[in-house]
Design a protein around this ligand. Structure first.
Ligand code: SF4
Ligand code: SF4
Length: 86
């Protein structure tokens, strides 16, 4: 059950720094980082370790199965960021 980043994200990349699977993008040195509104989790690489959950200062990270209904579409939003990058 991969994890998903939802609306509250402020793109401070605290989660990215603790992720052991390197599956959160964009990284600060990626060209998209300057313009992105949030970070995204690659569901195909996420190992469900949950390290990103307590690292997030705004509670923006959820297991897909626990996404609040109002943010259910963020599973697709996260996946779409990685389309064409695999
Ligand atoms: S659950 Fe673990 S592997 Fe998945 S995005 Fe969070 S820190 Fe990375
Ligand atoms: S730690 Fe939270 S607010 Fe910061 S980039 Fe990750 S999901 Fe977004």
């Amino acid at each position: 059950m991969p994890f998903v980043i939802a609306a509250p994200c402020v793109a401070d990349y605290s989660c990215l720094e603790v992720c052991p699977a390197d599956c959160i993008r964009p990284r600060p040195d990626d060209p998209e980082f300057d313009t992105t509104e949030q970070l995204y989790i690659d569901a195909t690489s996420c190992i469900d370790c949950e390290a990103c959950v307590p690292a997030c200062p705004v509670q923006a990270v959820y297991a897909t199965s626990r996404l609040p209904a109002k943010w259910a579409h963020y599973a697709s939003i996260n996946a779409e960021f990685f389309e064409g990058t695999q």
